[in-house]
Write a protein that binds this ligand. Structure first.
Ligand SMILES: [Cu+2]
Length: 146
């Protein structure tokens, strides 16, 4: 039996980690802005509180069922749209000024935003920063910074 266990372990190790949007989400999961609504007018710095129900928050790199970490999409098309839409759904979200990762398991952030209109969307990502299947995303909200 020891031999069998060794073979199993090798098989698992040899399985490629193409996480590609294959981590299942809880169908009832919901991510939302806990303290902001579409159309709000705010002043900078802006604190954004992330709400999540039906799943739990875990740091990036932690592979645990029904968990993920928050991402905030700023001033870009809704998840899955735009030129990299298909790629980000299967290969993961980029990390730049328009895509903030909260891989430490954070559930809020305070942002310096320029005056004017900004769009925000929350996206839950799995241990490898890939949206779940089905993706857990908030509505896109537009806020105005005074
Ligand atoms: Cu991430």
């Amino acid at each position: 039996m020891k031999h069998l266990a060794a073979i199993l372990a090798l098989t698992l190790l040899a399985t490629p980690v193409w996480a590609g949007g294959e981590t299942p989400s809880n169908p009832d999961a919901r991510v939302y802005f806990a303290n902001l609504s579409d159309g709000d007018t705010v002043s900078s710095p802006v604190t954004v509180v992330f709400g999540l129900s039906g799943m739990g928050v875990a740091p990036a790199g932690t592979e645990k069922e029904n968990t993920g970490h928050h991402h905030l999409l700023i001033d870009r098309p809704p998840l899955g749209q735009g030129e990299d839409g298909a790629d980000e759904l299967s290969n993961g979200l980029p990390s730049d000024d328009n895509h903030l990762h909260f891989g430490g398991g954070q559930t809020e952030v305070t942002l310096d935003l320029s005056p004017g209109q900004h769009t925000l969307q929350l996206v839950l990502g799995d241990y490898g920063h890939v949206p779940h299947s089905t993706p857990v995303v908030s509505d896109v909200i537009t806020i105005t910074v005074e």
